[in-house]
Design a protein around this ligand. Structure first.
Ligand code: XMP
Ligand code: MG
Length: 179
């Protein structure tokens, strides 16, 4: 596995520090509110787990699974709900938690889907964003790191379901994906 990785982009320490900053902002913004955080499976599992523990605000947690990518590194542009929320979000303050915003197509679809359910508020927190890859403009309130337009793995992010358990974010060596 060591040789599959090209470089470490964000260390565990950098990720932890950024999540602490984001959690402090979220704590300020949602003081006294009844916040529901929604993790987008599977990539956001690590961000959800660490962000939730960094928050002082009591939250409830729910999960959605959508598919937008196959086993490779290219967006299909097609979004499908694989697992819907268990929670009725009408009138709730909802914060979507994402691992990464790449083209933005998945999130843009998710935002319009969830808005139609009548939440009191709907915002997004993402650990990573690739500004150069954006295909749609999305207003994201909490962004961890803007990163270059390279395929990244680790800390929840996978290539063909591998590497999700790495404690850091890194780039793959081109030979792994046939580059
Ligand atoms: P879009 O392009 O719709 O991407 O914003 C949505 C989802 O695609 C996955 N994604 C990645 N996964 N490394 C990954 O392991 C990447 O560089 C990457 N870029 C996009 C991710 O699940 C994201 O939520
Ligand atoms: Mg994802």
């Amino acid at each position: 596995m060591g040789t599959d990785l090209e470089k470490v982009l964000l260390s565990k320490e950098e990720i932890d520090a950024k999540l602490a900053e984001l959690a402090a902002e979220i704590d300020r913004d949602y003081q006294g509110k009844d916040l529901l955080i929604v993790g987008v499976l599977k990539g956001a599992v690590m961000v959800m787990a660490d962000l939730a523990r960094a928050l002082s605000t009591p939250v409830t947690m729910d999960w959605m699974a959508v598919s937008s990518y196959g086993a490779g590194t290219k967006s299909s542009g097609v979004v499908r709900i694989l697992k819907d929320l268990d929670t009725d979000i009408a009138g709730r303050d909802v914060l979507i938690v994402e691992d990464i915003i790449d083209s933005g197509l998945t999130l843009s679809w998710l935002l319009s889907n969830l808005s139609s359910r009548g939440p009191a508020s709907l915002q997004v927190c993402t650990l990573l964003r690739k500004p150069e890859a954006a295909k749609v403009a999305i207003d994201v309130k909490y962004v961890g790191y803007d990163i270059p337009n390279e395929f990244v793995v680790g800390y929840g992010l996978d290539y063909a379901e591998k590497y999700r358990n790495l404690p850091f974010v890194g780039t793959l060596a081109p030979h792994v994906y046939g580059g």
